[in-house]
Design a protein around this ligand. Structure first.
Ligand SMILES: Nc1nc(=O)c2c([nH]1)NC[C@@H]1CN(c3ccc(C(=O)N[C@@H](CCC(=O)O)C(=O)O)cc3)C=[N+]21
Length: 306
């Protein structure tokens, strides 16, 4: 059976289209009201996985009516210079969102950079204050890949309350935020990582299995519970049988799809939705900035109504 007509595949594209259409409505209204959304992407050095992401961001931002500007910095820039650039963007009222593409070169402390982004312009939800919001069950702006993964699980219609979820991978940007999002939704969450004794033993118990470790085909059919939902967040480049480079996830999709009830393809699963969530986050951030503006300077129609 070909990929496109196999109902086990949980595709990100249709969900992304829905979200982008809604974002476009919001962005059109905000622009008409004098608050055009504008996203600035910061890339440090050259990384292929980041390039794919940024290219898609630009294309989808255009569709959604969100301004998009890419700032590229050389791999040998200092952390201080980058921080200064971020402070400049914080201070620029025309810039409503800032995303720092990961990874950055090893000499740049990513946490310092992330903390330099003003929390109200943090569209990736990676500032310590933003991550704190997720811990406190305020879920409207979460790290994009994590939020996209959870959104795809919801597409299955499974009841998240009491659902046995296993997350393989505990990164700051994917695994940990997924765990917090799902705990807030009532799931029972187990997080596995490189020190876990038997990932297979945990994975086999999962009604929903999230995998984000960056190891091609780590998850095999015998590690998956029949009927489970498998969300593959891996993006790995490898050379295919035809000698061409291709992208594969962390799941052995061909064998796992015979066992699982739902599985996200790579590409075409979490990836497209990640971009849509970034744009949705951009509007959430913009609306928070507008609320602050209103609270600080007042708004004519509220005054008139009094
Ligand atoms: N702060 C930060 N947040 C991220 O979420 C983040 C990041 N940095 N750095 C890079 C990785 C990579 N990433 C992708 C997201 C979508 C696609 C995507 O749209 N993929 C499509 C298209 C692939 C293609 O065009 O070939 C697909 O999977 O079907 C790819 C890669 C997010 N990341």
């Amino acid at each position: 059976m070909s990929r496109s007509d196999d109902s086990r595949y949980l595709r990100g594209g249709p969900v992304a289209q829905r979200i982008i259409a809604a974002v476009r409505e919001d962005a059109t209204i905000a622009t008409a009201e004098g608050f055009p959304p504008k996203l600035v992407s910061i890339t440090v050095g050259d990384i292929a996985a980041v390039d794919v992401y940024v290219r898609n961001q630009r294309a989808k931002a255009e569709l959604a009516g969100i301004g998009f500007e890419e700032r590229r910095f050389a791999a040998d820039i200092t952390a201080g210079e980058l921080e200064a650039a971020i402070h400049g963007l914080n201070a620029d009222p025309r810039v409503t969102g800032i995303i720092i593409q990961r990874p950055v070169p090893a000499h740049i402390p990513i946490k310092t950079l992330q903390a330099a982004v003003h929390p109200l312009k943090d569209v990736e939800g990676m500032h310590p204050a933003s991550i704190g919001n997720i811990v406190y069950n305020q879920l409207d702006l979460a790290p994009c890949t994590a939020a996209a993964s959870v959104e795809l699980l919801k597409e299955t219609g499974l009841d998240l309350k009491g659902l046995e979820v296993v997350v393989v991978g505990h990164s700051e940007i994917v695994g940990k935020p997924i765990a917090f999002l799902l705990m807030s939704e009532g799931a029972t969450v187990t997080v596995c990582h490189h020190m876990t004794r038997s990932v297979a033993a945990h994975a086999r118990r999962a009604d929903a299995l999230f995998v984000a470790v960056g190891k091609p085909r780590l998850i095999k059919a015998d590690m998956v519970k029949p009927g489970a939902c498998v969300i593959d967040i891996g993006i790995n480049a490898e050379i295919g049988p035809d000698g061409e480079s291709r992208i594969v996830g962390d799941v052995d999709t061909e064998s796992v799809k015979e066992v699982a009830s739902w599985i996200t393809p790579v590409p075409g699963g979490v990836g497209p939705l990640t971009v849509a969530i970034l744009l949705r986050n951009t509007m959430v951030a913009l609306n928070r900035q507008r609320a602050l503006y209103r609270a600080t300077f007042g708004v004519a129609d509220t005054l008139a109504a009094e």
